[in-house]
Every structure is written in structure tokens, then in C-alpha cells.
Design a protein around this ligand. Structure first.
Ligand code: ZN
Ligand code: ZN
Length: 326
């Protein structure tokens, strides 16, 4: 009974974390059709005791899936998952912990976890660490991990892209171009980014530098107008990861025509002010589009929700639910 009571407290505590702190997770649940209000979650916590199999999304291991940089909370949930609930960690849990630690900048601790994993580390867990090396500008660790992943998966184009981004951010133009050349020589193509939105029961899809949409003239005019307004409220485009070899103007032009920006501009033109926008993207949203959307959410009424390859971003009043960890 004591364990049951402790579990109840722990789940309530986790419930509070979900409610108060980690809006990203709430949004994710909402997106999955899961519990969105405190009452609904409370009911699900109770169901958890009677029949855990009926509410998989409420189990503690699901709650450790925090991308909000809540390292301490994540570590505590992780420890209690193993020590209190006797749930043994799977490859997915290890990946989540590595991701959580690495995104928050604890790269060495994250690598230590990979080293002590009882199962063989797979590409996903290494890629989580490589993405974090990109965020935190760790060239040395990035090079090492890229090598490890390419041994496991020689045709992984994303490794080349991340490594070239790491070199670009470090100002190593020559190394950046080298990696891009190697990727091309191997015949490996970057997966094209694709963004889409449903407006008036019709799905509209946009690619980077898309010129095909019939409303492109209006979209470009709207983007230009928005960029002027954003500039006035402090938006400065984030060009750190744009590969070298292109001029500053070209970099900006390219960033301005990312699918997300075209999609958001299109959504704003075609909906009444205040209408929430739901934008979907097949890849991870880039730093500049994330920043752009945060600023947009400062100057428009409604919320903008972006579902990218990593999860949900709920932008409102200049803030994103992921707290800039994604
Ligand atoms: Zn972008
Ligand atoms: Zn976000």
C-alpha cells in the first residue's frame, strides 16, 4: 500500500509538471487526442492503477519524454521509473535521456549514458547526441560521432548535413565544403523539407524556395510585410547554420523562402485574424523558422502550432512551448 501511495503522489507530481511546466508535452498529448485538462489527466492517473494497459500514455516512462530542458525533473523521473516502479529502461528511454541531457548542453554526461547502455547503441541515440553537438558547437565530439554513425550507416545523408552545419557554425568554411562535397560524391541527397497546412478544407504544400503555388505573389508580398514588422520588434535572422559559400544576401533570401515561412504567411492571408494555425513539417523545424514563428506569434492574435519531426511547437505571445529545446 505504501508503494501505491508513493506512486499516487509521484503521479500527481508528474501531473503537475505536465500541467504547469511542460506545455510541450501537454500539446503533444493534445495532438494525440490525449488528456488535455487536469480533470481528464486525473481520471487517467486513476485508470492507471486499475488497468495500466488501458492508459499507456499515462505511464511514468511516457512522462519522462520531456524536451523542455527539465534535466533534473527528467533525471528524477527516470530514476524513480527504475527504482520505484521497477520498470527496466529500454533503448527508447536511454535515447530520451541522452537527448534531454545533450540538448541541455551536458554532452559528456550524455555520451557516458551511451557508453553504459546494456544494449548496443543504435543510430537514433547517436544522432540525438550529434544534433546536440550542432546546437552547442562541439566540433570535436561531432566529428567523432559522425564517424561512429557512418560506420553503422554509411549512407546516412543527415550525418553529413549536421557535420557541415557544425563546421559552418564554427567558421570552418573549408571543412564545411569538404563534407558537402563528400556527400554529393556519395550520391547522397538531403531529404527535401516539405511543409503543409489545411485551409478551408484544402491541404496546401510548400517546399523551400517554392514558386509553384498559385498564390505565390501574395505570399511573397505578405512575407515582405511581415519581415518589416518583425524587424521593428527585434527579429534578426538566424544565419549561423547556413553553409558557407553563399553571400550574406543570398543566405537571407534562402532563409526567407523556407517552407514554414511561406506556409505561415499563406495561413495568415487566408484565415480570419485570431484563427489558430496548424502547420505540419516532415523534418525538424530550423532555428530561423522557429525564431521567425515566435516573433510572428508576438504580432498576431492567434496561436500557431507547428508539428515537426521532433514534436509539437505551440507558439503564442512570442514564446514556444518547447522552450527552445527541440
Ligand atoms: Zn527554416
Ligand atoms: Zn518550439
Amino acid at each position: 500500500m505504501a508503494v501505491h501511495h508513493q506512486l499516487t503522489l509521484e503521479l500527481h507530481r508528474l501531473g503537475r509538471i505536465v500541467t504547469c511546466v511542460n506545455r510541450a508535452l501537454v500539446t503533444t498529448w493534445g495532438g494525440k487526442g490525449g488528456p488535455t485538462t487536469a480533470d481528464q489527466r486525473e481520471t487517467l492517473w486513476q485508470q492507471f492503477f486499475t488497468d495500466p494497459s488501458q492508459c499507456w500514455d499515462c505511464r511514468p516512462e511516457k512522462v519522462t519524454e520531456s524536451h523542455a530542458g527539465l534535466v533534473d525533473e527528467g533525471m528524477r523521473c527516470y530514476a524513480s521509473m527504475i527504482e520505484v516502479y521497477m520498470i527496466s529502461a529500454t533503448l527508447e528511454h536511454y535515447t530520451r535521456m541522452v537527448d534531454l541531457l545533450a540538448r541541455a548542453g551536458h554532452l559528456q554526461e550524455a555520451e557516458n549514458i551511451i557508453e553504459v547502455m546494456p544494449c548496443r547503441p543504435h543510430v537514433t541515440v547517436w544522432m540525438a547526441l550529434l544534433s546536440a553537438c550542432r546546437i552547442h558547437g562541439s566540433v570535436e565530439m561531432g566529428e567523432h560521432i559522425a564517424k561512429v554513425v557512418l560506420e553503422l550507416e554509411p549512407e546516412n545523408a543527415a550525418v553529413y548535413v549536421l557535420l557541415s552545419n557544425i563546421y559552418a557554425a564554427a567558421g570552418s568554411r573549408h571543412l564545411c565544403e569538404n563534407v558537402q562535397r563528400q556527400r554529393k560524391e556519395q550520391g547522397l541527397k538531403e531529404q527535401p523539407g516539405c511543409t503543409w497546412i489545411e485551409v478551408n478544407n484544402e491541404v496546401h504544400t510548400f517546399l523551400v524556395d517554392d514558386q509553384d503555388h498559385p498564390c505565390m505573389i501574395e505570399i511573397h508580398a505578405e512575407l515582405k510585410r511581415l519581415l518589416g514588422l518583425l524587424h521593428d520588434v527585434g527579429y534578426v535572422p538566424y544565419t549561423k547554420f547556413v553553409p558557407h559559400g553563399v553571400g550574406e544576401d543570398e543566405k537571407l533570401f534562402h532563409l526567407c523562402h523556407h517552407g514554414e515561412k511561406l506556409t505561415v504567411a499563406f495561413g495568415l492571408i487566408n484565415t480570419a485574424p485570431g484563427t489558430p494555425l496548424l502547420v505540419l513539417k516532415n523534418l525538424r523545424v530550423c532555428e530561423d523558422c522557429h525564431l521567425f514563428t515566435k516573433f510572428i506569434s508576438k504580432i498576431v492574435w492567434g496561436a500557431i502550432v507547428v508539428r515537426d519531426a521532433n514534436g509539437f511547437h505551440h507558439f503564442e505571445d512570442g514564446v514556444c512551448s518547447c522552450m527552445d529545446y527541440w
